[in-house]
Design a protein around this ligand. Structure first.
Ligand SMILES: [Zn+2]
Length: 109
């Protein structure tokens, strides 16, 4: 994107008029500056419209996915299976968490 004019001070153009950021507010001598600003704003609007359309599309995809396949959690029995071994001893916490993760992944993909 084009750098805003005036960041290094005013710039000289024709007829000895000094231009600077926001100089379009100063009147007809800055008509060309105003036209340039309109062009920049048009480009910005076009850019934002493209981004907005992409964001809307992405949102629709996410909504579609969410509606299509709701999240499925674990039952109490499945949590128990992930927490205790066959002899009823508590499984190491990290191993149990990995088991929960694997079970949830299995049910949600
Ligand atoms: Zn100007």
């Amino acid at each position: 994107m084009e750098k805003a004019s005036g960041s290094e001070g005013g710039r000289e153009m024709n007829e000895g008029t000094t231009h600077y950021a926001g100089c379009i507010q100063a009147g007809p001598k800055h008509y060309e500056c105003a036209l340039q600003e309109v062009g920049r704003l048009r480009n910005t609007i076009t850019d934002l419209r493209v981004k907005l359309a992409a964001a809307r599309q992405e949102t629709e995809i996410q909504i579609f996915k969410a509606e299509k396949k709701p999240w499925v959690g674990l039952t109490d029995e499945q949590i128990k299976q992930c927490s205790y071994d066959a002899d009823g001893f508590m499984i190491d916490r990290e191993v149990a968490m990995r088991a929960v993760e694997a079970k949830l992944k299995e049910k949600n993909t």
